[in-house]
Design a protein. Structure first.
Length: 559
């Protein structure tokens, strides 16, 4: 396998030799449109489109829509949207490489008849249960069907009747005629076509027989001239049948050489999420989350809404590598990729999530002192942001303690801290309501200590506290997310994954934002000390901004 891979010309060679289009590598990303794409699919997209890009080839986006029941146009649209958003394009030299397996139903059918005529397939009238019983086990060979040696003409006639709708679901099937004693169970006369009286999202009721995935896939690849058909490891045992199908059809003159080759790589498994479309569908249908794009979902739509950028996902996919052995990746690597992507870019801002009022008692009433802070400390060209300091400001409740615990450097009576980008203040006490709750903190400021003025650092303090002027703070709802599951691998073994849903996977707070905080969808802001945040594209309004926290500044999850 490695040899063929290495033998393909890289971009430099392609350019130097002006190699023909047919010498280009061709890959495909073949989702079934039966759900939304998830982070595991991102891995496959990055791999397939990435190889095509790196080797001057072409990657097809192909909808593997051979299974009528679960497929829908909604999913087709969402998949197109997600692949584009991830940053990949299937238009090469002006030609759009977007395909549907259902476009090949007529070819697949013709190939099936050709296989029957060549003695390679037969119509079996056993029930699905009988076929299963006759298939044998890992240690026992299977037994031939009584219909296995029927004349080809009978099988052709029956297949035509199947196509014409003369037979009910499950009454018969077309099978390959290979070897019921093969040590590989996939080679024991696998089913090629089954009867399904069901409407298809593209072909309607034109067909009532549908090809099996294992038969359809190699044909799709060959018809499109795919060179590298990359799939996940579970399909390794299917490779002999993939090759069998292509070789028989090539012998019958249906395909020319070279034929596509299947390569397998390990599926991406990430802790604290599930990546099976069936389980994701269940989360949506049973209302455990608010739709496919819920910011806690590992779908690309959910991750995007949560604020993970396409560049961060690509970085994550690249980092986690391509492997032949199954492994588990820690979710924190995804957050790390987001931080690496956004730390150099994200505009900074202040937010107060759990507000407590601080009154600077010696600060003139009605006065606003303009303070400055870098928009991004890594990027001097990003310039400065400005915001006013006034007599009353919001601080985080946790930044005041009436009785300080050990090593507490923030506000407590008698202690001095710097209001970040402003002045040094000294705490003079607090005000409580009748129930004893602290409702205000009092402090006095030192007018000689304004940040950025000469001598401002003469007074040394250990604590730095973020704040926002009450007069200009912008109200916002902020959604703080935790893991959707409380177990790293909720669906390992025979576990019921729903038992491990984290009941506290989202917490909503009413917060204050620094005036001028970006409210632009898609812009990830770093709120100082708190993490990375983005406008929620569904629920936010100009009057009432809603933010999602993508992730904190540091990894706070124990793993
Ligand atoms: P699911 O099990 O979630 O239904 P699937 O493999 O059946 O996934 P497809 O729509 O057939 O879903 O997937 C399209 C492509 O994405 C396939 O080539 C598949 O190998 C790849 N893929 C799916 N899940 C993963 C994953 N976790 N890691 C890597 N590749 C994946
Ligand atoms: Mg699949
Ligand atoms: Mg599946």
């Amino acid at each position: 396998a490695g040899k063929r891979w290495a033998g393909h010309p890289g971009p430099a060679q392609v350019q130097a030799t002006g190699a023909l289009d047919s010498a280009r590598i061709r890959t495909r990303f073949p989702p079934e449109p039966n759900g939304y794409l998830h982070i595991g699919h991102a891995k496959s997209i990055c791999l397939n489109f990435g190889l095509a890009r790196d080797y001057g080839g072409i990657c097809h986006l192909r909808f593997d829509d051979t299974n009528p029941e679960k497929e829908e146009q909604e999913y087709v649209d969402a998949i197109i949207d997600a692949v584009k958003w991830l940053g990949f394009d299937w238009t090469v030299d002006g030609k759009e490489h977007l395909y549907y397996a259902s476009s090949y139903f007529e070819d697949m059918y013709a190939f099936a008849e050709a296989l029957i005529e060549a003695g390679h397939a037969y119509v079996d009238e056993q029930s699905p249960e009988e076929m299963r019983a006759m298939r044998g086990t890992l240690t026992e060979p299977g037994q031939n069907s009584p219909y296995r040696d029927r004349p080809a003409a009978d099988s052709v006639r029956l297949l035509r009747e199947m196509r014409a709708g003369k037979h009910p679901d499950g009454s018969m099937a077309l099978r390959a005629r290979i070897d019921m004693a093969s040590p590989n169970i996939n080679m024991r006369d696998p089913v090629l076509y089954r009867i399904r009286h069901a409407a298809h999202h593209r072909t309607g009721t034109q067909w009532c027989i549908y090809p099996m995935y294992a038969f359809a896939h190699p044909i799709e690849d060959a018809l499109e001239g795919i060179t590298h058909s990359i799939c996940t490891l579970e399909f390794e045992d299917q490779r002999p049948f993939y090759d069998w199908t292509l070789n028989r059809l090539q012998e019958l003159g249906k395909f020319s050489l070279p034929l596509p080759h299947q390569y397998e790589f390990a599926r991406l498994n990430i802790s604290y999420i599930v990546t099976s479309k069936r389980k994701l569908l269940q989360l949506v249908k049973e209302g455990h989350v608010n739709g496919w794009d819920d910011p806690r979902m590992p779908t690309l739509a959910g991750l995007r809404r949560r604020g993970y950028t396409a560049a961060a996902l690509r970085l994550f996919c690249e980092r986690t590598g391509v492997s032949k052995s199954n492994s588990r990746i820690d979710y924190s690597l995804l957050d790390q990729a987001l931080r690496e992507d956004q730390d150099p870019l994200a505009p900074r801002s202040v937010a107060i999530l759990d507000p407590l009022k601080l009154v600077i008692t010696n600060f003139p009433e009605g006065h606003a002192e303009i303070c400055h802070a870098p928009r991004n400390p890594h990027d001097p060209n990003a310039g400065q942001r400005e915001f006013p300091l006034t007599r009353e400001v919001w601080i985080e409740r946790e930044d005041f303690a009436e009785v300080p615990p050990k090593k507490y450097f923030r506000l407590f009576p008698g202690n001095s801290v710097r209001l970040k980008y402003g002045y040094v203040v000294t705490c003079t006490g607090c005000v409580k309501d009748a129930a004893g709750n602290i409702i205000e903190v009092h402090a006095e400021y030192n007018p000689e200590t304004k940040s950025g003025t000469p001598g401002s650092d003469a007074v040394k303090v250990k604590g730095n506290v973020t704040w926002i002027s009450c007069a200009s703070a912008v109200p916002a709802e902020i959604r703080l997310y935790d893991r959707l599951f409380s177990e790293p691998f909720p669906d390992a073994g025979d576990r019921e994954f729903l038992d491990y849903l984290n009941p506290l996977s989202v917490q909503t707070v009413q917060a204050w934002l620094e005036p001028g905080t970006s409210l632009e969808p898609g812009i990830v802001s770093q709120f100082e000390r708190l993490g990375y945040f983005v406008i929620d594209t569904k629920d936010s309004t100009p009057e009432r901004p809603v933010f999602n926290r993508v992730t904190t500044l540091k990894d706070t999850w124990a793993s």
